[in-house]
Design a protein around this ligand. Structure first.
Ligand code: FES
Ligand code: FES
Length: 158
């Protein structure tokens, strides 16, 4: 079967088995920012945005995104032109091995789209499903607050 959807702002049509997960399809097509972690709904490394909400790509059938809008980390920015959230994570020293970062940053994007000035509890809730082995989370929370401030100050968004 073919699954046709918007991916990072452009229409794509990818082959997928009826029982195939979105994570598999994305990675096969080269979108490696959707990370393969636990593949069991637990780590958040595979987080992507579908129609403005975070979903776990390892727990979403590819067929479920037919006609929908999907954003992976590749849709936010790149090293030459990072999104303000990406810049904030680097500036805060919140990026260590980086494995969890696509999911962390996409969860942050949805949080700040919905709640531009979140308190610490809201940040912790929003990132509750994104596990990180490296940072201890304190710098991650600082990064989200920096990102919120940057966006409120009008830094360019994608
Ligand atoms: S790989 Fe999807 S939640 Fe861990
Ligand atoms: S930076 Fe290494 S898992 Fe989060």
């Amino acid at each position: 079967m073919k699954v046709t959807f918007m991916l990072n702002g452009r229409a794509v049509s990818y082959d997928a088995r009826p029982d195939e997960m979105l994570l598999e399809v994305l990675r096969r097509e080269g979108w490696l920012g959707a990370r393969r972690g636990c593949e069991d709904n637990n780590c958040g490394a595979c987080t992507v945005i579908v129609d403005g909400k975070t979903v776990l790509a390892c727990a979403t059938f590819a067929a479920q995104v037919e006609g929908r809008s999907v954003t992976t980390i590749e849709g936010l920015g790149d090293p030459a032109n990072p999104h303000p959230i990406q810049r904030a994570f680097v500036d805060a020293g919140a990026v260590q091995c980086g494995f969890c970062m696509p999911g962390m940053i996409l969860s942050t994007k949805v949080l700040l789209d919905e709640t531009p000035t979140p308190n610490l509890e809201a940040i912790q809730d929003a990132l509750d499903g994104n596990l990180c082995r490296c940072t201890g989370y304190v710098k991650v929370y600082d990064a989200v607050q920096r990102a919120a401030a940057a966006l409120a100050a009008g830094e360019e968004t994608t």
